[in-house]
Design a binder for this molecule. Structure first.
Ligand code: AHG
Ligand code: MN
Ligand code: MN
Length: 342
């Protein structure tokens, strides 16, 4: 194939290339014709618009002095980057005020924000994931999950948002990479859309994405190897058990980007607990659970090493958990490696 050949070839993934040109708004509406009010559809459209705004600002980051720190420390004790703050504000301003979103849980906010007490949905999000990569022009993303309240007429209560991932009705991410891509599921498979920046629309790229059976990658930060326990050591030995390993190692340090690559090409991403930090680094509510929901919808799994991430009920908004996401057979194997030491 020459560099000028317009044929991109078959998708390198376990999904179907979109057959017709379709915007995300049209796809969402067609996918959920039974949803009486269309409220969830419009909520997801709001998130798509937030993704466009954040993508636009991300592309201009180097031009508009957005690189660097905002000068404040967030609830995790981490420096907030300006893009973290901007992305958090965009999500809040677009999701509030329509009677759709009762409350928002954000990595960047210590407390839950109740926007509209009578609204039916709760959104959890990590507005800017992988923000340590911003300065270096590496892919970053926004992760989101949506819960439907059991009783929207009642006062909002903690159990509206401290819920296991299995209760999610939608989840997804926007990846700000070489292109901007929105990947989401409402429990009917995983679908991916690419932003055409000239037209300003997310256009269908793949429907029904599935982790390919032949996984290509594992994604772990091996600098932490001395801090991992024996279960992880067994898993690493298993990954490298042959003279000619079938999996390559790839680690970006943006969970969204690592997850996305492994979704397309097959693999497992992990942020393990450590001996002195058994809870790991990633947050269950707005990182682990939404990505586990997507993984399950794509035929894969999410685990904390022993339990399915979707089964864990959080007790704190910013609860941390070890996170493993990817092909089901790889996550199963990882759990066996942890269980072997018990
Ligand atoms: P965030 O930018 O939202 O704080 O999340 C960063 C997370 C995750 O995206 C990534 O996989 C991990 O931190 C990288 O951490 P290490 O640099 O310790 O590997
Ligand atoms: Mn994150
Ligand atoms: Mn973040």
């Amino acid at each position: 194939m020459s560099a000028l050949d317009p044929d991109p070839g078959p998708p390198p993934v376990g999904g179907e290339a979109a057959e017709v040109l379709v915007t995300i708004e049209r796809f969402l509406a067609d996918q959920q014709p039974g949803e009486a009010s269309g409220t969830l559809t419009r909520l997801l459209e709001d998130i798509a618009l937030a993704g466009k705004l954040i993508a636009s600002r991300t592309r201009r980051a180097g031009l508009t002095e957005l690189l660097g720190k905002a000068g404040v420390v967030n609830v995790q004790g981490e420096d907030q980057k300006l893009l973290d703050v901007y992305a958090d504000e965009v999500m809040t301003s677009l999701l509030g005020g329509h009677g759709r979103v009762c409350a928002i849980v954000s990595e960047e906010q210590a407390e839950v924000r109740v926007l509209d007490p009578d609204a039916p949905y709760v959104v959890v999000h990590d507005p800017m994931d992988g923000s340590s990569n911003i300065d270096a022009n590496v892919s970053i993303g926004t992760i989101f999950g949506v819960f439907r309240r059991e009783d929207p007429t009642a006062e909002p209560v903690q159990t509206d948002w401290l819920r296991p991932g299995r209760d999610l009705v939608a989840a997804g991410y926007v990846l700000y990479g070489t292109s901007t891509m929105l990947v989401y599921s409402v429990g009917q498979g995983v679908h991916a859309f690419t932003l055409d920046p000239e037209v300003g629309e997310f256009l269908g790229t793949w429907t029904d994405l599935r982790f390919p059976d032949d996984a290509a990658y594992y994604s772990l930060n091996f600098a932490s190897l001395p801090h991992w326990d024996s279960g992880m050591t067994r898993f690493v030995e298993w990954l490298n058990r042959d003279d000619t390993p079938t999996l390559s190692q790839r680690y970006i340090g943006s969970a969204v980007a690592d997850f996305h690559r492994n979704l397309l090409h097959g693999g497992v991403y992990g942020y393990p607990g450590e001996i002195d930090r058994p809870e790991g680094k990633l947050r269950l509510v707005y990182e682990g659970a939404p990505l586990a929901f997507l993984a399950a919808q794509a035929g894969g799994r999410g685990s904390d090493g022993a339990r399915d991430l979707l089964d864990i009920t959080p007790t704190d908004l910013h609860e941390r958990t070890p996170v493993f996401l990817g092909n089901a057979d790889l996550v199963d194997q990882l759990e066996r490696c942890f269980a072997d030491g018990e």
